[in-house]
Design a protein around this ligand. Structure first.
Ligand code: ATP
Ligand code: MG
Length: 381
């Protein structure tokens, strides 16, 4: 049977937030523990982070450890998953160099995620007068992502919805490579979250995406007090002014987070949150909470209190593991070093297959003899 392999990762541009958790990290841990996969590779994409942080290598370097701490705290297990640092696998840059020839500038310009991210980062089309243009490396990062995915022969890439155009780009490169040079690369499939609230978790400010770059995040490592301050300040329904007013659930970030994090057991465990001075409720499902909110009478503070309890229920064990790991930093670096060595072996094999397919493996065993024989024949005729 064909092997089932996962490759996914994150940019070390900050600590991981609850958007990463529901969009990809939680799924990775479940898949890791399902035992259904032959190999799991989790990449800390420092080289990719440098494409738009070239002048801030310190930030990237520091956040490699933060992301690794978040991974291990969230339940990634180095015995089951290979956690590695992208820049330590130099084969990836070689693959990127060859894949560059299979993609047009126009195709990259059409990539909707790259387009959006260019706007978000304020890169201008015009780089005169000291304005920041788009770095070539940033513009081309979908190609380097194709190298990351194919180097590990990944069949499955669990990511948030923003990554869909990247996986599409990788699939096009695989198709092109295999049709030009012969069947070599494995065609990957995207694995999106099955809960629609998790496809692209909005920020605490209600903006479309929780993102490190937008400063609208609840971090996995935030302490309980910080989480409560952020939850209290969250965007809800601007038309729900009085507790008695009917409220909107759609587009209400507090409910989106509940959709992403609420579990059936939470209604009994946190029943107290719905006991108030003026009114009390008993709910047994999120649908019932939503129905009451739509009718009116259920205040934002009550809902926020419940969300806070629900979030902390997930975050508390993660925080506790992090506290322990923070006392054992050499162990964390050891995981990364060993993971990077292992990853490198796998990527080297793929690079060797790629070079053979492209007929640029001149000095491989047997190939040189054939080349000499062919050239000698040409010159002796
Ligand atoms: P940056 O602003 O540096 O790009 P980011 O917050 O977008 O950071 P990435 O490292 O680019 O994070 O994304 C890592 C993974 O997390 C990807 O699979 C991405 O789809 C997923 N992800 C990031 N933000 C969200 C979100 N708000 N909702 C769901 N998934 C997300
Ligand atoms: Mg991103």
């Amino acid at each position: 049977m064909a092997k089932k392999i996962i490759l996914t990762g994150d940019r070390p541009t900050g600590r991981l937030h609850i958007g990463h958790y529901v969009g990809s990290l939680r799924r990775r841990v479940e898949l890791q523990n399902s035992g259904e996969f032959d190999r799991i590779f989790i990449m800390i994409a420092d080289a990719q982070a440098l494409t738009d942080n070239a002048d801030n290598p310190g930030k990237v370097r520091e956040n490699i450890l933060e992301v690794a701490l978040d991974y291990l705290s969230a339940g990634l297990d180095p015995e089951k998953s290979t956690i590695f640092i992208q820049s330590q696998v130099s084969e990836l840059t070689e693959l990127t160099f060859f894949y560059n020839n299979l993609v047009t500038v126009q195709r990259l310009q059409r990539n909707p995620t790259v387009k959006q991210e260019i706007v978000m980062r304020g890169f201008s089309d015009d780089d005169s007068d000291n304005k920041a243009g788009t770095p070539v490396g940033f513009f081309c990062y979908p190609i380097s992502q194709a190298a990351d995915i194919t180097a590990f022969k990944a069949t499955t890439v669990p990511v948030g919805e923003d990554q869909a155009p990247m996986i599409e780009q990788t699939r096009e490169i695989v198709h092109k490579f295999n049709s030009v040079y012969g069947e070599t690369l494995v065609m990957p499939e995207i694995l999106l979250p099955d809960n629609s609230a998790c496809l692209r978790l909005p920020g605490t400010d209600g903006k479309a995406k929780m993102s490190k770059s937008l400063g609208n995040c609840i971090y996995l490592s935030d302490d309980a007090e910080t989480v409560w301050t952020k939850v209290k300040g969250m965007y809800t329904d601007p038309e729900h002014l009085q507790v008695s007013d009917p409220g909107h659930v759609e587009g209400n970030t507090v409910f989106t987070y509940l959709d992403a994090f609420c579990k059936p057991g939470h209604f009994t465990k946190f029943a107290d949150c719905f006991v108030g001075r003026k009114s009390s409720f008993t709910f047994s499902s999120l649908d019932e909470v939503k129905e009451q909110y739509r009718k009116g009478g259920l205040g934002d503070m009550m809902i926020k209190n419940f969300l806070n309890a629900v979030l902390n229920d997930t975050l508390e064990p993660i925080r506790a593991r992090r506290k322990e790991l923070e006392q054992n930093i050499p162990y964390v670096y050891d995981v990364l070093r060993k993971g990077s060595e292992e990853a490198r072996k796998v990527a080297a094999q793929t690079l060797s297959d790629v070079k053979a397919a492209m007929k640029i493996n001149y000095f491989d065993k047997g190939v040189l003899d054939e080349l000499i024989a062919a050239q000698q024949k040409k010159y002796s005729e």
